[in-house]
Design a protein around this ligand. Sequence first.
Ligand code: NAD
Ligand code: DAU
Length: 351
Amino acid sequence: MKRIILITGGAGFIGSHVVRRFVTRYPDYLVVNADKLTYAGNLENITDIESNQNYRFEKTDIVNKQAVLDLFSKYSFDGVIHLAAESHVDRSITGPDEFVFTNIIGTVNLLNAARSSWKEHPEGKVFYHISTDEVYGSLGKEGLFTEETAYDPRSPYSASKASSDHLVRAYHHTFGLPVVISNCSNNYGPNQFPEKLIPLAINNIKNNKPIPVYGKGENIRDWLYVEDHSAAIDLIFHKGKVGDTYNIGGNNEWKNIDLIRILCSIMDKKLNRQNGTSEKLITYVKDRPGHDMRYAIDSSKLQNELGWSPIPEFSEGLEKTVDWYLSNTTWLERILSGEYEKYYDMMYSGR
Ligand code: NAD
Ligand code: DAU
């Protein structure tokens, strides 16, 4: 094998797309997927590649320091792509602790293990930390987040991610660890856990349930198709400059309510419902505490330096996403049973 790569969180939404991309595009890499399999981790996301020769799964909790050290002793990793995290803002509001453990302590455990494993030969190694645009805070009507925007995280989730970004940079400046970071906007696409806005709305529309829109639905997000994020991660992992940060975004800003309306019209078409039927399900509910108003990314550095650009038009990406959820009903039904039902009732009943 030419390189041995550790991908953390590879059973999650974005991680599963990254694992598939690396396993299929780089047959001479050994891809080791380390994931705790929390409620958000699902090996069914990657059944198509699980028997490939160049793939291994290691059930690992990155908060467990010894388990992380053991993993680095078992494999001599040449690179790390670190995606494992608690990722849902609403859950960070109802229970911040897990975000501190996984996102901060888990990241430090990986940094320490990489540092000691690469001490003698750091050449050619890279620790790639996947982060979010939420670390930059919330924008007003104008402006975009650039790589120079000062950090201003405002939810326990974004604070934990900001903290991990700072630690990754500190390990570069203090110990010379070869690192690279990217901060991406909202992803959408197949395999996203249905607690997040787009798959939650698709599922509720399908089942004629209310679509909960927080506040007035005027908050703005910059949406990117998950495969575009995956392609950017591939480029940055191979060509990104050590010590640098790259912003990744779709240049695709939508008010939540406008996005939901488009989704309703796609769903009406797909479900052979009369146009306007699904929009009747829109229900304004109590706002998210501390709800960031607007995120928007300037990804010109990534576009100009590494030649990346996003591919599908939003309507095309959304349609692909809807088709995937409508034809993967077993995947969805399994996730929606048990634990998730309790979460949904806790979050949305009486809101
Ligand atoms: P996800 O919640 O779908 O998946 C997270 C994965 O991490 C799961 O497979 C889970 O089992 C695993 N995990 C959680 N805790 C772990 C632990 N202690 N040890 C090992 N594995 C653990 O998340 P996602 O949406 O795919 O996000 C992946 C990464 O990308 C995160 O770091 C997130 O902050 C970042 N990100 C996400 C988005 C987005 O829109 N989803 C945008 C920008 C950045
Ligand atoms: O910006 C990148 C971030 O995007 C990632 O770092 C996070 O991991 C990811 O979860 C996402 O965070 P958001 O909070 O923006 O995503 P979410 O899908 O939870 O919400 C999108 C918008 O929709 C947000 O303004 C809140 C709103 N919303 C969300 C839910 C779940 C609703 O109006 N109703 C809902 O039921």
